[in-house]
Design a protein around this ligand. Structure first.
Ligand SMILES: [Zn+2]
Length: 114
């Protein structure tokens, strides 16, 4: 006797039929689309993080110029190179981690190096 998997009653549709999960939601996508359209019309614009030119052909991210906005779940407000944004996000994450560590380890007052 072999167990047969029941057909036709799957909890999730196969991956190819599912919509891509967007962790940022519609607002983020809308702002990004607007900024990409603006960049496309300009041709190129300097990246606010590294100052080098950005074009729509490059991998770009929507960046939060205000880290507090990111923590509140607001969409980003400017385009940056994907690499620049990820590097900057790493710094933000590190600063949050460091702030938590400082808060929990009593009065360990250490100045950040940057
Ligand atoms: Zn950049």
């Amino acid at each position: 006797m072999t167990m047969r998997r029941p057909r036709g009653r799957r909890k999730l549709p196969p991956a190819r039929l599912r919509a891509v999960v967007d962790p940022y939601g519609g607002a983020h996508r809308k702002v990004r689309a607007l900024l990409l359209a603006a960049l496309a019309s300009m041709g190129s614009a300097p990246c606010p993080l590294c100052g080098k030119a950005m074009t729509v052909a490059m991998p770009l991210h929507l960046h939060h110029s205000d880290p507090a906005a990111a923590l509140r779940g607001l969409p980003g407000d400017q385009l940056t190179h994907a690499r620049c944004n990820v590097a900057d996000g790493g710094r933000l994450g590190a600063s949050i981690t460091n702030a938590r560590a400082t808060a929990t380890t009593a009065k360990a007052v250490t100045k950040p190096r940057w």
